[in-house]
Design a protein around this ligand. Structure first.
Ligand code: SAM
Length: 254
């Protein structure tokens, strides 16, 4: 239920086929400055990694979803890109290489909501960095996540084959004081007016309501230093701005 499945992958590609230029430019800046191997965990279908590889950078990828990776692997093969792609979670990955830069885009780190798994994931990222290596990632930062206006929402899109892909999302508000928001997503694939396949995704997001205050200590506890926050891709932080992901930059302690 927590796995990004086949219909979810199709929806992801139809809904978010290209990365906005400002988002890509922000991460490209770190990629250009990196003086060693680069890894993008939670790489998904490669929305960020593919245009970066198109520009000549080698980006290794890790993701927990076989379906998201299948799409990513297929495109890499078609375009002849040479990158190592691993199916695993952040907490469990055991890669043969150490990296100068590890980056996670689009608030994906917030998908890890269990404290113990967050801890193991950060420790494992640290372990996969070269001394002084950089870790740049995004988390969701809303100050009142449970009052977000999407308790029940949905959308549908048409695939190139003419199928309808329907996504319905319902938020669970059992614990309104929690910083974790649980949603249930139902994906449906409809062909010639008939439902041909369906899947569910339990989608949980942890909101870092206190922003940097909580994360800085956690990162330092897991071997990182020089922690900097931004909440804009122009590398600024405005504490009154609450509608943007929190971007975190730090490095492995030397
Ligand atoms: C919303 S997608 C975003 C993908 C990519 N970051 C992007 O911006 O296009 C989130 C991805 O994180 C992966 N994921 C979720 N939890 C994970 C974990 N604990 N370890 C590794 N990958 C995970 C999912 O399989 C999915 O492909």
């Amino acid at each position: 239920m927590k796995h990004y499945g086949k219909i979810c992958t199709l929806m992801y590609d139809l809904d978010k086929p290209v990365v906005p230029e400002v988002d890509l430019a922000f991460f490209q800046n770190y990629v250009e400055k990196s003086n060693g191997p680069i890894l993008q965990p939670m790489v998904g279908t490669g929305r960020f990694a593919l245009p970066l590889m198109e520009k000549g950078f080698k980006i290794d990828g890790v993701d927990a979803s076989a379906d998201m990776l299948a799409k990513y692997r297929r495109v890499c093969k078609e375009r002849g890109y040479d990158a190592n792609i691993y199916e695993n979670t952040l907490a469990e990955m055991e890669l043969p290489e150490l990296y100068a830069l590890i980056f996670i885009t689009s608030g994906s780190f917030s998908l890890i909501t269990d404290d113990e798994e967050i801890s193991r994931s950060l420790a494992n990222i640290n372990r996969h960095l070269l001394p002084g290596g950089s870790f740049v990632f995004e988390v969701s930062e809303y100050h009142d996540a449970h009052h977000l206006d999407h308790h029940w929402n949905g959308k549908w899109l048409k695939s190139p084959k003419g199928e309808i892909v329907l996504q319905s999302v319902v938020q669970n508000d059992q614990d309104r004081n929690s910083d974790i928001v649980h949603s249930l997503v139902r994906y449906e694939l409809i062909k010639d007016g008939r439902l041909v396949d369906t899947e569910f995704l339990e989608f949980t997001l942890k909101y870092y309501n206190k922003g940097g205050d909580t994360l800085k200590a956690l990162l330092e506890e897991h071997g990182f230093e020089d922690v900097i926050y931004y909440n804009s891709y122009d590398k600024t932080y405005d504490k009154n701005r609450t509608s943007f992901n929190l971007i975190v930059e730090c490095r492995k302690k030397q």
